[in-house]
Every structure is written in structure tokens, then in C-alpha cells.
Write a protein that binds this ligand. Sequence first.
Ligand code: FES
Length: 126
Amino acid sequence: MTSWITICDTCKREDWDAATQTRSHGEDLAALIERAAEGRTDIRTRRVSCLMGCGHGCNVAIQGAGKLAYTLGNFLPDAEAAVAIVDYAALHAESATGQVPYKQWPQGVKGHFVTRHPPLPTDSET
Ligand code: FES
């Protein structure tokens, strides 16, 4: 099943400098994630402006229908973070519940989890 990586493209980390940078850190990370996920059929990406985690950017959310969803933050906008996020999303896509055993987590996502959201109940559960 497909998992989505929702990327905040307006995140600016503390060292962002309007005098020298024309793109936000979120835009940089989004471009790197999109490149890392290119050609994959199990992962889709989208950009949004603000996930309300502005104090600890860069932020992404990992979501899939009927699965646990996660937000992760405090990423540097670099290729290493992008690959770790995509690798984690692939494991999320493989998982029936969205839960990925800790021992399988890519090193680059460890310490970056911010929230976990249980899936909404189905109509038959309400
Ligand atoms: S600007 Fe990225 S979470 Fe608000």
C-alpha cells in the first residue's frame, strides 16, 4: 500500500539567512526527498506550507490509509536525511499497520519522531 511523505516546504531552521538564501530549508529538503523517491511505486510525496512544527524544522509527515501516521522533525535539509526519510516511508508502506520495528528504523530517522497518530476508525468501528 502506498505511503505518503508530506513535506513542509516553508521550514527555516535557526541558521536560515535571508541575506544569502533564496529558498527555505523545507524547499531544499522537499527537492531532495522527491529525488530520492523518484520512480518508486510504494511512496508518493507532496508539499505543504507548514505542519505547525516551525520551532523544530525541517518537518515531514508519513501517512498511509488506515495506518499509524507519524510526524518527524528537526531534519537538516541534506541528502542523508532525505534518503533516511524515504527508506523509512518504504518500511511504513510495507507494514500492514504502519508500525515499523525499531530495529529496522534507518539510523537517520532515530531521534526525529515528534508525534504518532492512530488511524481514524472505519465506519464499521463507529
Ligand atoms: S514552517 Fe514548517 S512546520 Fe511551520
